[in-house]
Design a binder for this molecule. Structure first.
Ligand code: ARG
Length: 610
């Protein structure tokens, strides 16, 4: 075979024999359990590039083709390499294509060099049909489990229990739950940690107010509206100095373990937790009471954390408080920024508890990754705490500590989402409003529907709309909460996707025989749909790695679009012959299954009929 070695002096002389070993190595990438097409292609082409150039670890930079004319995937890595080698990129690409062609890989129909040195990759139809084979049976999984499961802590929701959950808790709860589901689907061992705030100074104030109330009114009724209870307690605290002094004394008593105070505290915490759990259930969030690992869980470890830091001479006293100063953290004026570990009065801080939690997650839970799905405003906190933990060996070397930051939820006016009176909107009120708006919408669209069905459908749509609107945005930006877009049946919304799913299901219901197989990809819309379906694993892998659920949302939206195009151009039940009809039914069934799986990973329930 002519592989043009003469034009490329940098090619190793023993190169020709390597083509053979390359063919063998490609087998790994073709491991039938690896369904991540992008990764398979990336390994295949990167390896060929390395073999060709003698440069280790070349990156073929394979991406999904940006336009159908460019094939199914593109390899864009040749240009950078050509620059490094000071050679002509198009020629290098041509060279690579000759080598790839010589491999006769059954995955590939065709490679072509495009533009300044891109390589377009067209997958073979037979390969696509083969790939679909094992995932078609109803119960067959769409996502294969990893051979190397990690233990992954996902710290999410984690509200402060002094108050009821409000809109500020929505994003972390929803995004965290999606990530936990996605990672779990890959076979990782997920340890959910709801790091609720239950040990701060506010509890002194609340207990003191509870004691006052106990003498006047029925406490359980009072506590049933936690929000008003908190507000009333706060008012007492701000207005009455004696009350405030008592509250401060009571925190100390609570934190030193006084049994009476612990009992009162527990009463409050239990009430608050049952509010949270009701919301998790309403939102279809997979957190349960067993996932609680409250701040108070670490209370007895805090002294040890201080000792560890002290023993390593990391502590210094600044304005009476014990702090860690690390050189990489400085303020605007270059002044050193502290991580405060212990206050003058001996009290510990948020950061101290987080250090204890890192130690626990590293050495007790033995986690490989610990994800913190927390508001972006806490970025500095996490950078500092992670750095201190590394410095003081409170984190194992193995653990990857990742702050999964998200932006603020804004109202339509571009300001943080508040009620008319300026309070944060209670989460339960927001969800109820969404359900009631969905109810009006469903009644409007489907007036003949009976009351019960309307209720069930609007409950599902209302919750799904709120969740999807959040998940479909890039988490790092602030996002505008807008009822009309999230509840629309058009565009990248939950109702659109749920409707697409119900539509496919209604076609499939008309069909009794369920043992159909995909056999024809002659129409570009059939092929386009199958390629999309087969891309689920690479999207899941990307979400698992980078923690951006919006990638999954975009994928599902594109998948629905591919289905709609298929549906419009390829008659299913009216297809010319039985084999074709069965093939199209099989494609439709696989599209429905993929959509269902994707929505489930987002924590969104589907409806069979809408
Ligand atoms: N309770 C905290 C808050 O409401 C969030 C806790 C996040 N997790 C953590 N390990 N710090 O802001």
């Amino acid at each position: 075979m002519d592989i043009g070695v003469q034009f490329f002096p940098f090619l190793k002389p023993e190169f020709q024999s390597k083509v053979l070993s390359q063919q063998l190595r490609s087998k790994d990438a073709m491991n039938p359990t690896n369904r991540n097409l992008k990764q398979v292609l990336s390994t295949l082409i990167s390896d060929s590039l390395s073999e060709m150039t003698g440069i280790a670890d070349c990156n073929a930079n394979v991406i999904t083709a940006s336009k159908p004319e460019f094939g199914d995937y593109q390899a864009n890595g040749v240009m950078a390499l050509a620059k490094q080698l000071k050679t002509n990129p198009r020629e290098l690409a041509q060279q690579l294509v000759s080598i790839l062609e010589a491999q006769n890989n059954p995955l590939i129909k065709q490679y072509e060099v495009a533009g300044p040195g891109f390589i377009n990759i067209h997958l073979a139809n037979n390969f696509l049909i083969d790939q679909a084979q094992p995932i078609q049976p109803e119960k067959a999984p769409l996502i294969s489990k990893t051979d190397e499961p990690d233990s992954i802590v996902v710290d999410y929701s984690s509200p402060n229990l002094a108050k009821e959950m409000h809109v500020g808790h929505l994003r972390g709860t929803i995004i965290g739950d999606c990530l936990a589901r996605v990672l779990e689907s890959l076979g990782h061992n997920i340890i959910r940690q709801n790091h609720v705030g239950d040990w701060g100074t506010q509890f002194g104030m609340l207990i003191t107010y509870m004691q006052e109330m106990e003498q006047h009114t029925d406490l359980p009724t009072q506590l049933s509206d936690l929000e008003s209870f908190y507000r009333a307690a706060k008012q007492r605290f701000d207005e009455d100095k004696d009350f405030a002094d008592l509250a401060r004394k009571n925190v100390v008593k609570l934190q030193s373990g006084d049994p009476d105070f612990l009992t009162a505290w527990k009463l409050f915490i239990d009430e608050s937790l049952s509010h949270c759990q009701a919301l998790y259930d309403k939102l279809n969030i997979t957190l349960s009471p067993s996932d609680l690992k409250a701040e108070s869980f670490y209370k007895d470890d805090l002294e040890g954390i201080v000792k560890t830091l002290d023993a390593q001479s990391l502590l210094s006293v600044s304005e009476g408080a014990r702090c860690v100063f690390l050189p990489q953290f400085t303020g605007k004026e270059g002044e050193p920024l502290p991580v405060i570990i212990q206050k003058t009065d001996g009290g510990y801080l948020y950061a101290t508890t987080d250090l204890a939690a890192i130690k626990y997650r590293s050495f007790e839970l033995k986690a490989d990754r610990s994800l913190y799905v927390v508001d972006a405003r806490q970025s500095l906190h996490f950078q500092q705490v992670f750095a201190v933990a590394r410095e003081a060996d409170l984190a194992s070397e193995a653990i990857s500590l990742e702050h999964i930051a998200y932006g603020v939820m804004m109202g339509k006016d571009g300001r943080p989402f508040k009620t008319r009176t300026g309070d944060l909107v209670k989460l339960v009120d927001l969800l109820d409003e969404s359900i009631s708006r969905a109810y009006d919408l469903v009644s409007d669209k489907n007036p003949q529907l009976d009351e019960d069905s309307r209720r069930i459908i609007s409950e599902k749509i209302g919750i799904a709309a709120v969740k999807y609107a959040d998940l479909s945005k890039n988490r790092t930006s602030d996002y505008i909460f807008d009822w009309s877009t999230m509840l629309s049946f058009e565009g990248n919304t939950a109702p659109y996707l749920m409707y697409a799913y119900a539509r496919i299901k209604s076609i499939l219901r008309k069909q009794e025989n369920k043992n159909y197989q995909i056999s024809s990809l002659d129409m570009p819309e059939e092929r386009g749909l199958l390629v999309k379906i087969l891309q689920l694993p690479e999207v899941i892998d990307a979400v698992a790695r980078d923690c951006y659920p919006n990638q999954l949302c975009n994928y599902l939206y594109e998948l629905s679009g591919s289905f709609m195009r298929f549906y419009e151009s390829c008659p299913i039940l009216k297809a010319e012959d039985e084999e074709l009809r069965n093939s199209r039914l099989a494609l439709a069934a696989l599209a429905a299954k993929t959509l269902h799986q994707g929505l489930d990973l987002l924590g969104i329930e589907t409806l069979e009929q809408m």
